[in-house]
Design a binder for this molecule. Structure first.
Ligand SMILES: Cc1cc2nc3c(=O)[nH]c(=O)nc-3n(C[C@H](O)[C@H](O)[C@H](O)COP(=O)(O)OP(=O)(O)OC[C@H]3O[C@@H](n4cnc5c(N)ncnc54)[C@H](O)[C@@H]3O)c2cc1C
Length: 540
């Protein structure tokens, strides 16, 4: 029986301490935090885990330097502390990275003020990152020749962190941890209806893949549906003090702009910061901040034209970037929290709405709603929700901090030792790719030991599965059984980031795609490939 079927079987007619609707970062982190502390947990998402907002982020784990502009010092402090904790807990997945901000005549701050801000930011973050530095225009040119310094007055370099892989894989890590400690989690299962019956919640669910209906009960219900939170709450008859408004942001993925592993930061013509962020052999340009009413968005020609225009005006490229250079695009909405009774939405500067989260605990109906938030803030969300669940009468084991983070240093050292003895890194002949040992450990942690065994048993398992994508056959082999890949898109876009770094045409022409589908889906491979290229494998 596959992992998803087994999970659905456990959810069907099950009784849980906690039922979580929504498997983005907020739902996933709650599942890991609660199951890790002994609660019985069920989680469903009507799409794949991390397939809505949580796959559209900038992949940054940061304190939000730019929120100092709106004097949100407390929020920045909290986010900096979360960033520091995450860097410590995920040393191979979350890496500190330099942000080089070039300031020109139209920038809202002169370099000296930005420099002051960067030192304040460093201090707010308890000096845990590298020290910032101030750069003259000529120095900027020497460290990043790609930046056009004609109008640049100077700049600063400060430090934050980023996800080496991708946001949705980070989300899946929490789902996997929750599964490992007994949670039942299933993708493509929708919450259709839920109501209180005495002291329990009764849920009606639908398996989106088969149309089957199922039900279960729980003591507490957690609404972690991100942009859909208000609709779900009103359907469940829950009244809250907060609600959500949407801000759309897009990213464009293009061939690598700079060889340096550094984020480039610029103010756009509307005086909003945007970035060039490294993603392996690619660069990601973004983001934007547009008020929208509908959570379903896509990159319009205007969005694309705007970002390309802004970046071309600030770089010294042999040829300006055009739409033809765009390998992949991302578009999503930030669920921003506002108070229900206030009229904040109408009167404040839209781009200055806070990025904080709010957690409402409803003691009358034993429900918890998670509004807003950031990937960076995820550990706080897990802890605050755990406190809320305890208040609602579900006892939890003491928090020993074991529900998050990478395996212990000694386990890592042993993996590196075994990989060295079998000369794993020497199996790669491609230039410009990171060593296999680093990659496998970062992506799979303890599960990577199994991969070493498999490669030793069958060396073809150590070969790439598709040209242009850094994925070994053994990764697919393991993912098929442990990563609940229901559609080809789940693998191409979220468990891996292949469809973000390889163009759709190249994927279509690749012989490897068939082998990928066969390893994942066996006899259903053709149907899954057709679904993927039709675009209903979840929005390619
Ligand atoms: C452009 C952009 C850039 C960002 N950059 C960063 C960044 O660099 N760093 C950072 O820390 N944060 C960033 N963020 C913020 C961060 O991505 C979001 O705050 C976070 O992903 C929200 O997660 P969530 O779990 O609340 O929502 P989601 O990820 O949207 O998850 C909600 C889930 O609920 C499911 N759902 C809804 N209704 C139902 C139902 N009835 N039944 C079952 N499932 C249901 C949906 O399918 C969805 O998967 C960015 C956001 C955007 C849009």
């Amino acid at each position: 029986m596959d992992l998803r079927t087994a999970s659905i079987d456990r959810i069907r007619n099950g009784t849980f301490d906690v039922f979580i609707v929504g498997g983005g970062i907020n739902g996933a982190v709650c599942a890991a935090a609660l199951a890790g502390r002994g609660a019985s947990v069920a989680l469903v998402d009507r799409g794949d885990f991390g397939a809505f907002t949580s796959q559209q982020s900038s992949n940054l784990v940061w304190g939000g330097f730019k929120y100092l502009e709106t004097y949100e010092v407390l929020l920045v402090r909290k986010l900096c502390m979360s960033r520091n904790r995450l860097i410590k807990a995920y040393p191979d997945n979350i890496k500190e990275i330099a942000f080089l901000a070039a300031l020109d005549e139209s920038s809202p701050f002169p370099p000296w003020l930005a420099a002051l801000g960067s030192f304040a930011y460093w201090a707010i973050g308890n000096f845990r990152t590298h020290r910032p530095r101030v750069l003259r225009a000529a120095k900027i040119k020497s460290v990043e020749p790609v930046i056009d310094i004609e109008d640049v007055r100077g700049g600063i370099e400060y430090y934050d962190a980023y996800l080496k892989d991708n946001d949705s894989r980070f989300v899946f890590g929490f789902i996997r941890s929750a599964l490992d400690v007994g949670a039942a989690a299933a993708n493509y299962v929708e919450l259709v209806e839920a109501h209180r019956d005495g002291s329990v919640w009764r849920m009606k669910l639908r398996d989106v893949e088969t149309g089957d209906e199922l039900s279960c009960t729980s003591r507490v219900l957690i609404n972690a549906t991100g942009p859909f939170i208000d609709g779900v709450n009103s359907q469940l008859g829950l009244r809250t003090e907060h609600r959500i408004v949407y801000s759309k942001g897009i990213h464009l993925i293009v061939p690598k702009i700079t060889q340096n592993e550094r984020v480039l930061a610029f103010f756009d013509d509307t005086q909003r910061l945007f970035y060039v962020i490294p993603m392996g052999a690619r660069s990601v340009i973004g983001t934007t901040d547009t008020r929208v009413a509908d959570p379903f968005t896509h990159v319009t020609e205007e969005d694309r034209g705007f970002l390309l225009g802004q970046i071309n005006a600030r770089l010294d490229l042999p040829q300006p970037l055009t739409a033809a250079d765009v390998i992949a695009e991302r578009s999503g909405v930030r669920p921003l929290v506002v108070s229900r009774d206030g009229d904040d939405q109408e009167h404040v500067d839209w781009t200055k709405l806070s990025r904080k989260h709010e957690i409402e605990v409803d003691e009358k109906d034993n429900a918890i709603s998670i509004f807003g938030g950031k990937l960076t803030d995820c550990l706080n969300v897990g802890e605050e929700v755990a406190a809320g669940v305890t208040r609602l009468g579900v006892p939890l084991e003491k928090d020993k901090g074991t529900w998050y983070g990478e395996p212990a240093r000694a386990t890592r050292d042993e993996f590196y030792r075994q990989a060295r003895l079998m000369k794993l890194d020497a199996m790669r002949h491609k230039r410009d790719v990171e060593p296999l040992t680093d990659r496998l450990w970062r992506r799979y942690g303890r599960r990577a030991f199994e991969m070493l065994d498999e490669i030793q048993r069958d060396p073809t398992m150590g070969k790439d599965i598709m040209d242009n994508a850094d994925y070994l056959r053994v990764e697919l082999h393991l993912a098929a059984g442990t990563e609940m890949i229901t559609k080809l898109e789940d693998f191409m876009r979220r468990r891996s980031k292949i469809s973000q770094v390889v163009s759709a045409e190249t994927i279509r022409a690749s012989a490897g795609i068939r082998e990928v589908a066969e390893m994942l889906f066996g006899a259903e491979a053709d149907a899954k490939i057709a679904e993927y290229f039709r675009g209903d494998g979840d929005g390619s």
